[in-house]
Design a protein around this ligand. Structure first.
Ligand code: HEC
Ligand code: HEC
Length: 324
């Protein structure tokens, strides 16, 4: 009994120590029920749009074709099959919790969610819409959409507009949150993380992973060189250099947000690792010049699994018909 009590004491000390560290650079994610309620109709419209293939020129793909919300907002298969074009191509990132990010895309070249959604329509790797009017005219011709848009944008004489499409999608995406065990932990619940996860959190700190992976998504706040200590093997995509042609920015990428990372394999912009423990070891090598042992990688990965939240299955339910 005495031993058991001591072990618990040690756990409590370790847990409290980790919380103090986390509090410095990490903010919990919450589901904002007031926001969801206040924006109910707009979110409903955004949900329809998210799943609607008529938003692409040939009416063949929707946002959900790639950002499959049932698969944690990612699923590179379509992207890989149809959009290679002989160019480099990037991993499809999750859309959960993205409204808290400071920068978007693997190269970190976009600063707001609104600009990113605009970009998702126009760029050749996502919706590839070359003429927005085709989409707007198509939606305008659908009576149910006219009704929905006019309900939400009451004072707008031109309710079915591209700005409003982006606005409704943005509002829907803002509601895609997945609170996780780590959020309970930081609010004081020591039992939310296992002993191994707490150990892993300390190793994550000792290896200085926090210096880049900060913020409420443990990443997504800055660009950093991929391959600080050794050259990253795949140099086809030069990252932020594609945005700003300054040689100093070659191989600079957005520090990946790590919420739900357990569920978003494969890893890295170029999808070179399928296994989380391997990805952790590569980070140790390329970013820190450290050999992370298999047992340490396992513990760090266990800690990262504490960032896995629950998919909001009702919120992301595909509408069965256009107007509910
Ligand atoms: C054909 C696949 C595909 C489709 C369809 C698609 N996306 Fe994407 N999306 C991607 C890829 C790939 C990226 C990463 C691009 C990069 O890193 O440069 C991305 C990135 C994003 C991001 C940035 C996430 C982050 O962490 O930086 C948002 C937001 C986004 N897409 C929203 C949308 C919306 C909204 C739609 C529908 C209008 C859409 N996407 C349709 C493949 C797709
Ligand atoms: C110098 C900054 C830096 C440090 C330190 C760092 N990382 Fe990273 N990390 C990055 C960047 C940049 C990426 C994105 C690479 C890409 O998109 O190819 C990344 C990506 C990742 C990924 C892949 C996520 C995904 O969804 O693809 C994991 C896992 C990861 N880091 C874990 C760690 C761990 C564990 C440590 C500590 C051993 C660590 N990182 C230290 C900059 C850093």
């Amino acid at each position: 009994m005495l031993l058991c009590g001591n072990a618990q004491e040690i756990n409590k000390t370790e847990a409290n120590k980790l919380r103090t560290i986390l509090e410095v650079f990490f903010n919990p994610v919450e589901t904002d029920t007031q926001f969801l309620l206040a924006n109910k109709n707009k979110i409903n419209l955004g949900r329809h749009l998210f799943f609607d293939e008529r938003l692409s020129t040939n009416a063949t793909i929707s946002c959900n074709s790639c950002h499959n919300l049932n698969a944690f907002g990612t699923n590179g298969s379509y992207y890989l099959d149809k959009h290679k074009n002989g160019k480099w191509f990037r991993d499809v990132p999750t859309l959960y919790n993205v409204h808290t990010l400071s920068i978007y895309n693997a190269d970190g070249g976009i600063n707001t969610l609104k600009d990113k959604i605009n970009d998702a329509f126009s760029n050749g790797f996502e919706m590839h819409v070359t003429d927005k009017n085709v989409i707007i005219d198509r939606l305008k011709a659908i009576e149910d959409y006219r009704i929905l848009f006019n309900q939400v944008y009451v004072d707008d004489t031109n309710a079915v507009s591209f700005n409003n499409i982006v606005d409704a999608l943005q509002t829907f995406i803002k509601g895609l949150t997945t609170p996780a065990p780590i959020d309970k932990f930081i609010k004081g619940d020591n039992k939310a993380l296992s002993k191994m996860q707490i150990q892993g959190g300390h190793i994550f700190n000792d290896k200085n992973c926090y210096s880049c992976h900060t913020g409420s998504n443990i990443g997504g706040q800055m660009i950093q060189k991929l391959g600080v200590e050794f050259n990253w093997p795949n140099q086809k995509d030069l990252g932020y250099y594609n945005i700003e042609r300054n040689p100093d920015y070659k191989m600079f990428f957005r520090v990946s947000p790590l919420r739900n990372v357990e569920k978003t394999s494969p890893y890295f912009h170029d999808r070179t690792s399928k296994n989380l423990e391997e990805a952790v070891q590569w980070m140790g090598k390329y970013e820190r010049g450290l050999d992370i042992s298999a047992s340490e990688a396992k513990k760090i990965s266990a800690f990262l699994k504490g960032l896995t939240g629950e998919i909001p299955s009702v919120y992301i339910k595909k509408p069965t018909k256009l107007v509910n």
